[in-house]
Design a protein around this ligand. Structure first.
Ligand code: NCD
Length: 432
């Protein structure tokens, strides 16, 4: 097999996903558009390692490429050749407001191209020699490690710092000084900080790419991007599109920055129904509700969990952010506010996706997403975290201008890795 054909095969999922996104078609509609059975299309979309995966015939690939090339500027979602991420003229990711529907989907195209690396089948060294400073002034496990892993999988190296106690901010250093100093050491900086607006302040003091990994109750743009990417991939499998979907957001909508960014990002689509379920004292801030209301969406707010879940395509649960409470009273946030197997079986459909940015509070008495759902294939939380690697790789590649080098730089990974990552992943197999 020539290298070119191997590359084509490797990228067939990326091509097909891109085409479905740009044509805004469900799998069924797209299969009939290109004149193949839904079953054939499904096998072309499975990851290479799946026993049922099939290579798409070259003629089909050429036809899909022709359809894309023939799309005019008047077509609904014609994307620019490469995605771009910039804030006030600098390559920085501070807010989800920087994205349009097109630019988010162009980023997802790059994320799709990263999947063979994120799944450890391929390696690349496009960021060889580059250094990431991962500065976390607030608790984190997955965001910090996944940003670090994403940078390392692109061939770069990572320097980490966690908490105020071990940083010079504890000695009174300003954000400006810290930012300027770290900029002399690193080629990209990821910052998490407990104060809203602090990461933007950090970014103003440097020309180096900065990514906001959470600024207090403000925003968490990379999480929103990986959440929407996950919703699109899962919807593709389920034969749905984002336009017209019903999204229920549950929990601490006041302080949960992930839902702030995600609600704004989803509002770029058409005709959604948002059900915002929270105790009265933890409702979604008015400025976010106003923003969603600018689109042609239906918004419902309730504190009745069971009623709020009815008919939802996605249930996005969040943790109560106690560490951010001023004097909130969460009366009414009783144990029946927990999303568990019994409630999901009762109130949700067979295709409802259950998502959560994690961490979920799994201690006895916590009202967070229950662990008894772990064997339910509707639970998408680990597919969400896995997708975080490909999306964060795409963000780095775009910010550092190497996204077009990745495709041709891939080599086979040489180490052994298990066929499925987690012991319970079997129930999710064949899901792509
Ligand atoms: C969230 C965060 O830090 O905002 N976690 C994450 O980044 N995935 C959610 C939370 O802490 O509850």
């Amino acid at each position: 097999m020539t290298q070119q054909i191997e590359q084509q095969q490797l990228q067939q999922q990326a091509l097909l996903r891109d085409a479905m996104r740009r044509l805004n078609m469900t799998r069924d509609a797209f299969a009939s558009r290109i004149g193949v059975s839904r079953r054939a299309l499904d096998t072309w979309l499975l990851p290479d390692e799946s026993p049922e995966s099939r290579a798409m015939p070259e003629i089909a690939a050429r036809y899909v490429a022709e359809i894309l090339a023939g799309m005019t500027e008047n077509d609904a979602y014609t994307q620019s050749a490469y995605p771009s991420i910039s804030f006030e003229g600098r390559p920085q990711l501070l807010s989800i407001d920087q994205f349009s529907r097109d630019s988010a989907e162009a980023l997802f195209r790059t994320a799709d191209a990263m999947q063979p690396i994120a799944r450890r089948k391929k390696i690349t060294r496009v960021l060889e020699g580059a250094v990431l400073a991962n500065l976390f002034f607030e608790a984190s496990t997955r965001t910090r490690v996944s940003f670090g892993a994403a940078f390392a999988r692109l061939g770069g190296s990572v320097c980490d710092t966690t908490g105020f106690t071990f940083s010079s901010m504890a000695k009174g250093e300003s954000i400006y000084d810290t930012s300027r100093v770290i900029s002399g050491y690193a080629d990209a900086i990821v910052v998490r900080h407990p104060e809203q607006g602090s990461v933007a302040e950090f970014a103003r003091a440097t020309n180096i790419p900065v990514i906001n990994a959470g600024d207090g109750p403000g925003e968490h743009p990379s999480q929103a991007l990986l959440d929407l990417y996950t919703i699109q991939r899962e919807f593709s499998r389920l034969g749905k599109i984002v336009d017209g979907a019903h999204i229920a957001m549950v929990g601490d909508l006041k302080y949960g920055r992930t839902v702030h960014s995600l609600a704004k990002l989803l509002s770029l689509y058409k005709g959604l129904k948002f059900t915002l379920v929270s105790p009265r004292s933890l409702e979604m801030p008015a400025h976010i509700v106003d923003r969603i209301a600018r689109g042609d969406h239906v918004i419902e707010q309730t504190s009745d969990l069971r009623a709020g879940l009815a008919g939802a395509d996605v249930v996005y649960a969040t943790r109560i952010q106690k560490e951010r409470f001023a004097d909130e009273n969460i009366e009414g946030y009783t144990p029946d506010f927990q999303i568990n197997q019994a409630l999901v079986d009762d109130a949700c459909g067979r295709d409802t996706l259950i998502m959560h940015p994690l961490p979920r509070d799994s201690r006895p008495g916590a009202n967070d997403l229950a662990t008894d759902l772990n064997h339910d294939s509707r639970l998408a939380i680990f597919r969400q975290t896995d997708n975080g690697i490909a999306v964060r790789m795409a963000i780095f590649a775009v910010l550092l201008g190497v996204e077009h080098q990745v495709r041709h730089s891939m080599r086979d990974a040489t180490w052994k890795s298990p066929a499925s990552i987690g012991p319970d992943d079997a129930v999710f197999q064949g899901f792509d």
